[in-house]
Design a protein around this ligand. Structure first.
Ligand code: PEP
Length: 254
């Protein structure tokens, strides 16, 4: 059976409350039942907008996700957000390991692994991001980096738990730069990720795991990327802030 497509929008630290409501409304209206049968859709607004956006999305085919979480249920962690709080706020998904946190905030594979376990314990589905820097690609280290991030990030997970994880391959040099990976580069990396998952969790898990591509996805390049055999969807940053652009990306799955 072919794998489902899954496209998520990462709104990062953008939108006012009103813009967030309107964006969610337009996306929800645009994802009709025909589109919803072809593609799973989620949007990930900033933390303070989760509840109002959940309200807007109620009854629609668009799921809610958060952009990060802590690994503990509760505690003296000033400024952090528990995965259980995210569940209660209406989230089904959480992004973990985004490069803007790995490289911008120094989050390690070990730390991300703790978050992943915490999020799964809370019943969230995790979008786990991995990807190499430009220097690493140029030094022919892409596979080594992806393998390290997968081994470290997914440590201790069972094949059953992996069913609640989507991998997002996001080459760091393509995020927010307008420089998209070629279809061949994306497929090559995705196939490598799937082989690595097969080694770690078995061929059945590898066959079923969804692997999104992320990095300057736009309506103009989405179709080419999404037709690659191992590309099961996209994690969209900039273009997800524009409802028409995001919907146009979704419609390439029709
Ligand atoms: C992202 O934020 O995960 C991302 C891929 O951003 P962009 O689409 O803007 O490159």
């Amino acid at each position: 059976m072919p794998r489902a497509k899954f496209i998520a929008g990462n709104w990062k630290m953008y939108t006012t409350l009103e813009q967030a409501r309107q964006l969610a409304q337009r996306v929800a209206q645009g994802v009709d039942s025909v589109l919803a049968q072809k593609v799973r859709v989620a949007v990930c607004p900033p933390f303070p907008w989760l509840l109002p956006v959940a309200e807007v999305l109620r009854g629609s085919a668009v799921a809610l996700g958060a952009q990060d979480c802590h690994y503990e249920r509760e505690g003296a962690y000033t400024g952090q957000v528990s995965p259980y709080m995210l569940r209660e706020a209406g989230c089904q998904y959480v992004i973990i390991g985004h490069s803007e946190r790995r490289h911008g905030l120094g989050e390690s594979d070990e730390f991300l692994n703790k978050k992943l376990h915490g999020a799964l314990r809370a019943g969230l589905h995790v979008i786990f991001c991995i990807g190499e820097l430009l220097t690493e690609r140029e030094a022919n280290q892409t596979e080594q980096v992806l393998q390290r991030q997968l081994l470290g990030g997914l440590a201790g997970l069972t094949a059953e738990q992996l069913q609640q994880v989507t991998i997002a391959y996001e080459p760091v040099w393509a995020i927010g730069t307008g420089r998209v990976a070629t279809e061949e580069q994306a497929e090559h990396a995705h196939a490598f990720v799937r082989r690595t998952i097969a080694e770690l969790f078995g061929s059945n898990a590898a066959e079923n795991v969804l692997i999104q591509y992320g990095g300057s996805v736009k309506p103009e390049n989405a179709a080419g990327l999404l037709k690659q055999p191992d590309v099961d969807g996209c994690l969209v940053g900039g273009a997800s802030l524009n409802a028409e652009a995001f919907l146009a990306i979704l419609r390439t799955c029709l």
